[in-house]
Every structure is written in C-alpha cells, then in structure tokens.
Design a protein around this ligand. Sequence first.
Ligand code: ATP
Length: 253
Amino acid sequence: MEQELISVRGLDVAYASGAHALRGLALNVGIGERVGIIGANGAGKTTVARAITGLASAFRATIRGGRITLSGRDITRWPAWKVLREGVVTIPEGRGVISDMTVEDNLRLVLVGLPRAQRSTLAEAFSMYPVLGERRRAMAGLLSGGEQQMLAVARALLARPRLIVADELSLGLAPKVVKEILNGLSARAAGEGTAVLLIEQAAVLSLQFVDRAYVLDQGKVVTQGTSAELRRAGDTTARYLGIADLERSEGLL
Ligand code: ATP
C-alpha cells in the first residue's frame, strides 16, 4: 500500500440550508495514487471536494465532525489558500477558466508568486495538450468545452501539486473528449507523482482511469474496491449509482 497522503475519518458536513451532505465519511488517498469517488446525484461527491480543499465555508457548509489529515497534519479547518499552498489543487466543477484572457495568460496567472522549483513551464502544459499550444493566443472563452477543460487541467498541474481533486471533469463533454483529457491528466500525474482524486458521476469512464474507487450514497461510503472489483460487482455498483446496468451506463455521459 502506498504511503498515505490524505486521510479522511468520520467526516460530517452540513449546509446552512439544512442539507446533511456527509455522514461519517472515511477515505484515504496514497502518494501518487489515482482514486475515484463515484455516486449518484446528491450523494455528496462535490461536498467531499469542498471539505478537502478548504472550500466548505465558502458554500455555507460546516464541518461538524471528523478529521482530514494531509501527510499526518490535521488540515480539517484550514482555509483554502493554506491547503493550496500545501499542494492540494482543485479543478472545480464548471472549470473556472477566465474567458476574456488568452490561453497563455490563464496559465501564466498560476505561475505568479510560485517558487521557481514549483513552476513548470508553459511548454509542459502545451505538450500535455498540444491544442492549447496551437491556440495559445486565443481568448479562453472562445475555446470548445473540451479545450476549456484541458486548460483547467493543465493549469491545475502547473504548480506541481501533490494532489489534484477533479470534480466532474466529464460534465457536458463527449466520452471521446473526456478520455483524451483523462489520458493527458493521468500521464502527467504519473510522471510527476501527483495523486488524483477523480470525482465523477460517469462511473464506467472513471473506473478506466483510477486504481480504486469509493462509491458514495447519502453522504457515506457504501462500497469500495479496486476498479476491477467494482466492475466485476457491476450490478451492486450500479444499484448504488441509481442506474440499471454499469456497462451500459457509458451512454449516460
Ligand atoms: P451532484 O453530482 O448532483 O453535484 P454530489 O454527489 O456532488 O451531486 P453534493 O453536491 O455534494 O452531491 O450534494 C450533497 C447534498 O448537499 C445534496 O443534498 C445537495 O442538495 C446539498 N448541497 C450541495 N451544495 C449545496 C449548497 N451550496 N447549499 C445547500 N445545499 C447543498
């Protein structure tokens, strides 16, 4: 088993609205490991991403109990900037690229203020996704949805993070495009030893890229296993995801 990077124990999170999103959630991610979180709508996936990256309070959510540690340090109530400084980077649902800045400038923005050793060059981002190099002077808002997602992924990796938390990368994109994005992400993360927490409703696709995954339902882990195990237990996994058949669910993307 890989050395532990992130550990979450008994995490309990509720929104000001009253929604009790996480109920005693436990998971861990090892150094350089690729781990998936899958689950139906409203299972609590995005809330996990927010809690780990220090963004819960920004969404009027409170961590009521439990503990999140990063390499053994308690980061449960750390603000987002401090978690980021420790190398935990999020690619939020909806991408967050700045539309009226060029591709290049979107990337450069991340490099400002980073110590040199922590910086990768723009060329590295362009080698990850060559289309970004071809369109480097285009306004980001003019890129296709898939290209914008590539920009968001490349940008997140520029700071050489220890962990990338990617929330619903597949949203609104064709499976072929998502695969291209995930291939680029996987290759670069493996090369850099970056761990990936891939949060996805698109279970079949996710299981092709992660080593193992947690299935969430109503704020709890209901089952977990290697990708092969979860695929083999297709019926059970699918039931938790609220779909009829795991193998046929790819069309749901
Ligand atoms: P989806 O795929 O639909 O985003 P999810 O698995 O990511 O689902 P969450 O978004 O974490 O699930 O939602 C878990 C619960 O928390 C749901 O009941 C949801 O309605 C609630 N919730 C999520 N975000 C907020 C918010 N900003 N304010 C109030 N309640 C929220």
